[in-house]
Ligand binder design. Structure first.
Ligand SMILES: NC(=O)c1ccc[n+]([C@@H]2O[C@H](COP(=O)([O-])OP(=O)(O)OC[C@H]3O[C@@H](n4cnc5c(N)ncnc54)[C@H](OP(=O)(O)O)[C@@H]3O)[C@@H](O)[C@H]2O)c1
Length: 250
């Protein structure tokens, strides 16, 4: 039996990587999925691969006016959401000395402000029994050089899991998080690194990973689907690490 028959899921940042894989997983399980992305081009490309049970919206998670308009855009297609996966984002990395205000504001806008206001704006169309999942990162557990701003932003999202879950208990909306390890997505494309630098970074990381491989986006998607499903009906306010054991080895 399909787990999400007649359910509607909104996935922010659903045009590639984990968001796209999660959209595929929910559609496979019977859901209608609404994805967001920053450009019509990326949204349309994803829709052409997801098929007729997907709807696409252009909405920038780093732009408050877009987020304030998102509920109205979603309501054109549905009165209610059963699942909200707040996933849109990317990383940029710089040392304490070289990071500037623009870098700080950019990451905090997309990851912290974006997450907060997306949840705020979607809550009115989420009913009892629905589920919110926030995407954090394994990096919050470590002191990785050049990651200070990205890790701080993801730590704020981690904090939202706790506060949002407390506040949503009365609404019977479960709130949880997923904390991915290194996952094979387009994330490095937003870092400003050249392709050969990305290749070099990936080649340097793989030997440090317990399974000697990056995680697949589908491995995140299946965990998000679990957290959103009835199988997780008593799971609330926690974060699941999907990092192939990396956090255990440091
Ligand atoms: N890959 C990893 O190793 C890793 C590990 C831990 C956590 N994460 C987190 O996982 C999430 C998903 O990233 P990914 O790894 O799947 O990378 P990805 O393949 O680059 O996907 C990122 C998605 O977010 C969207 N996006 C980025 N900025 C956006 C914005 N301002 N507004 C709306 N959509 C936006 C992108 O859409 P458009 O390009 O179409 O706008 C795309 O759909 C991010 O929050 C990232 O920080 C990644």
């Amino acid at each position: 039996m399909q787990k999400f028959k007649n359910k509607v899921a909104l996935i922010t940042g659903g045009t590639s990587g984990m968001g796209f894989a999660t959209a595929q997983e929910f559609i496979k399980e019977g859901a209608t999925v609404i994805i967001t992305g920053r450009s019509k081009e990326t949204v349309d490309k994803a829709l052409s691969n997801l098929g007729s049970n997907a709807i696409g919206l252009v909405s920038n998670a780093g732009k408050l006016s877009d987020i304030l308009d998102l509920q109205a855009q979603v309501k054109i297609h549905t009165d209610k959401l059963d699942v909200l996966f707040v996933n849109a984002g990317y990383g940029k990395f710089a040392s304490i000395e070289t990071a500037d205000e623009a870098h700080f504001d950019e990451l905090f806008s997309v990851l912290v402000k974006g997450t907060f206001f997306t949840v705020q704006q979607m809550l009115p169309i989420m009913n009892a029994g629905s589920s919110i999942i926030l995407n954090t990162s394994f990096v919050t557990g470590f002191g990785i050089e050049n990651f200070s701003i990205y890790s701080a932003a993801k730590s704020a999202v981690q904090s939202f899991i706790k506060t949002f879950s407390s506040e949503c208990t009365v609404k019977k909306i479960r709130v949880n998080g997923i904390s991915p390890g290194y996952i094979k997505t387009n994330i490095f494309n937003n870092t400003g690194l050249a392709p050969d630098q990305i290749e070099g970074a990936v080649a340097g990381i793989i030997p440090t990973l317990p399974f000697k491989r990056f995680g697949e986006p589908s491995e995140i998607a299946k965990t998000v689907a679990f957290l959103a499903s009835e199988d997780a009906s008593y799971i609330h306010g926690i974060e699941i690490l999907v990092d192939g054991g990396l956090s255990n080895t440091k």
